[in-house]
Each structure stands twice: as C-alpha cells, then as structure tokens.
Design a binder for this molecule. Structure first.
Ligand code: GLN
Length: 449
C-alpha cells in the first residue's frame, strides 16, 4: 500500500487519475492486516486497488465526476465493494471518469481531464479513464470501472492493459450510480490477464439487491489458465470490424494477433455482424433514454448540490440541474426525453429497441458455430486531448465496435495486442464471447500474456 501511494505521489501531478485519494484509511487497513496476519481465505488480502468514482463507497466521497454530487458522501457500500472488502482489498482512491460515465475520453469530468500515461497529450479513453490510467501508470495492479457502451474496453485499449466487461447480469449493479440500467455492468482493468481473472472470481455472483443479477454459478476463472490452449478454437472475425472505418495501423496489429492464434492451432473465419452500423445510433438513443429517467433523482432535494437564490420548487429543480450538470449530461437528457416523448417514441425509442434485438441475433448466429469473435476494440489508438470534444457525433462513432456487446448483453474484453507503427501507442484486441462464457475469453487472452 505504501508503494502504491508513493507511486501515486510520483505520477498524479501529470496523469491526474484520481478524484479522491484514500491514503489514511488505506494505510490504517494495511496496518491492521499486518498486525492480525493475512487471512488465508481472502483472495485479495492487502492488495491496493482503485475504484471508479461512480461506485458507492461508504464514508468516502463519490461524485460521478459531477458538480451535482461534488460533496456526496454515501451511507452504504455498493455490493461489489462489500464483496471486495470481504476479499480483503484495500481501496487507495476513487478514480476520474466522464461525468456520469457519459463519454469516451474522460474529458467531460467536472474535475478536469485525466492524461494518458503513455503520452500525456493524449486521452486515456473513457469513461473509466482514471481507472485505466492508474493501472497503466503503475499506481495499482487493478482498478474497477463500469462499461455501458465500452467504458472499460476503450480505456484498456488506449492504455495497453487488460479490461473485462462481463456478461450483463454477472455482477451486481447495486450501489453503482445508474446510467443506462439495461446496459451498465461493473468491469475491471489490470496489468495482466491472470490478475483480471482473479478480480472476476472475487466480484461475480448473484445479489438479492439486484434482480437482474444471475444465479449462475461462478467458476474459478483462474483455475486451469496455465494449462489452457487455443487448439481448435473457432474464431469469427466480423468483416465490419476490419473495415476501412478502422485505422490501418490498428488493423495491422489485430491481424498479427490473429496470425499468432492460428499458429497455435485456432481457426479463423470471416463472418458478418450486419447490423453493426446501426449500433451507435441505437445505443445512444436507448442509453440516453434510460439516463434521462435515471438522472431524474438529481433534483436538488434528495442529493448533493442545490442552487442558491431560488424562488420556488420549480426554480430549485431548474437552477440546480442547469448549474449542476455539464453539457454532455444535458445533451443526453435532452436526447433521451425527446426519444421517449409521445410524438417521437415510435420513430426513435421503439425503432432502436428493434435494432437492439437484431444486433443480439447477429451475435447468436455467429456463435452457433464459433467460440469467440475477435476484432479491434477502438477504431484508432488514443487520440489527442481536445481532438474530438467539440464534435459529439465523431466522439460517439469511436464506440462503433464496443456498443454492440452491451446492446446484446454478451461479455467482451480488451487485451493488449501490440503497438501502432504510426504513433507507438498501444492497440487493444477485442474478444467477444457467448453469454456467461468469460472463461473462453480469458483462455484466448492468456495467449498474449
Ligand atoms: N462512450 C459511451 C458513452 O458515452 C460509453 C460510456 C460507458 O460505457 N459508460 O455513452
């Protein structure tokens, strides 16, 4: 824990991965463990890890990187934090994100932008950019985040680390600040595949507080990893994932990774996920609709910030929300309420919901005779800070390869596959699996360890 905090002292001035550090409590917990001895049954005893600041931590400020929650102090822990506490982890701090996890670059945070440790002029990706940068900077071995449309995988790709978004329902969402409830999943970022599998084993499983969490038994994702091989593994590579829309330097690294898998006995076929091109519009309509409903609770009465100088109740709502939310959050609320409004529901929300079903069917068809789908995670390597922030449509289209897994609820991970020949930045390979088959993703990813 001391080494982790010392590393944060070295890197934070440049990287700015954390919103709130937890030094004192982390050191106290480490000291208690030292004195009591490390319990043999605790998978993460004494391991310093970081937590995205949209996951509730009792008594430790949780902001969702928004002014509206700037001083919000949770009175309970998210279920995932309870599980991690039971496993003995030590939380060294709360990491930066795009406000309410809405973004792909961590630039929409009220607390300022996080910088990519590989090149400080570039974004770390988003929205779990603080968690990814903390891992890539060597502050921690692992960090938790959330993935609604790519927010674990995109930052993993941009920072050269491993990121897992599990199957929808694998991990409890209780105590996670809701964005798009039918998409949101907690995920985690680590420096290697084995650590990633350890965190998955610790955090997964049914929770009475979250009716969408699954009763499926949780396998030990670490067991057997060392003996695993990819002989006979049937890989589908969607042609949409290797198109001109993906930068050539990215495709080159992915192709080399596929060649490596073939050399180890896997087979690769070209397949098609024909509705991929509708993924971005469908996702942004549906996720924004859910967000517009979820964010109603921030009204200036129940939580956090309340505007001054108000005349009546209506004025409390209007002024608090006008001053408390940033531009991107307001854009999503407007897009969401518009799509849900009586006059436009059929044209937008309903149509997007139908596309969601078609995208899920695209995956089912490919998985009928393939074990895993592989392509790039991002369309590019980490872009420059400021490059896309004034063009929301361009920013949204960066997510073309990640949102479909959330629309379909299937597990997906990003694993470092190499570096761009153009700018030397890391490139992530995306592995997408059948529902509840994260084990195959780990087995495949372990080849690149
Ligand atoms: N970039 C996507 C968005 O802005 C995904 C965010 C996320 O996964 N939380 O909605």
């Amino acid at each position: 824990v001391k080494a982790s905090l010392a590393r944060m002292d070295e890197t934070e001035a440049d990287v700015q991965a954390f919103i709130t550090r937890n030094d004192e409590a982390a050191l106290a917990k480490a000291k208690d463990l030292d004195e009591a001895g490390i319990p043999a049954d605790q998978l993460l005893a004494g391991i310093p890890l970081a937590v995205k600041d949209n996951i509730l931590t009792k008594g430790l400020r949780t902001t969702a990187a928004s002014k509206i929650l700037e001083n919000f102090m949770p009175v309970y822990d998210a279920t995932v934090i309870e599980k991690l506490n039971a496993a003995g982890f030590i939380n060294v701090g709360k990491t930066n994100l795009d406000e309410f996890a809405m973004g792909s670059s961590t630039e929409t945070s009220y607390f300022g932008t996080t910088h990519n440790p590989w090149d400080l002029s570039r974004v770390p990706g988003g929205s779990s950019g603080g968690s990814a940068a903390a891992v890539a900077a060597g502050d921690v071995l692992g960090a938790f985040g959330t993935d609604t449309g790519g927010s674990i995988r995109m930052p993993a790709s941009f920072n050269g680390i491993v990121g897992m978004k599990p199957t929808y329902g694998r991990v409890s969402r209780w105590g996670v600040i809701a964005f798009g409830s039918s998409f949101d999943q907690v995920g985690w970022l680590t420096q290697n595949v084995k650590d990633n599998a350890i965190l998955m084993t610790a955090i997964s499983g049914q929770d009475d507080h979250d009716m969408t969490s699954s009763h499926r038994p949780v396998p030990d994702f670490v067991a057997g990893l060392d003996e695993a091989n990819v002989k006979g593994l049937r890989i589908g590579v969607p042609k949409e994932y290797m198109s001109d829309a993906i930068d050539a330097d990215v495709r080159e690294v992915i192709q080399a990774g596929l060649d490596h898998l073939v050399s180890l006995g896997a087979t690769v076929d070209e397949v098609s996920l024909p509705h991929t091109k509708y993924g971005v519009p469908a996702y942004y309509i549906l996720a924004s609709s859910e967000a517009s409903s979820n964010l109603q609770r921030f009204d200036g009465i129940r939580y956090g910030f309340r505007a001054d100088d108000v005349k009546n109740l209506e004025d409390v709502y209007v002024k608090t929300r006008s001053e408390g939310f940033g531009d991107e959050v307001k854009r999503r609320i407007m897009l969401g309420t518009f799509s849900l409004s009586a006059g436009f529901y059929d044209a937008y929300f309903n149509k997007a919901a139908k596309i969601r079903r078609l995208i899920a069917e695209d995956f089912e068809k490919v998985f009928a005779d393939h074990d895993v789908i592989i392509g790039a995670t991002g369309t590019s390597t980490a872009f420059k800070i400021g490059e896309n922030i004034d063009d929301p449509t361009k920013m949204y289209y960066n997510d073309v390869l990640t949102v479909t897994a959330n629309l379909a609820g299937v597990p997906a991970m990003s694993v470092p596959a190499g570096f761009s020949k153009v700018n030397g930045m890391p490139v992530g390979m995306q592995l997408i699996g059948k529902k509840y088959d994260e084990a195959t993703l780990y087995k495949t990813a372990y080849v690149f360890e």
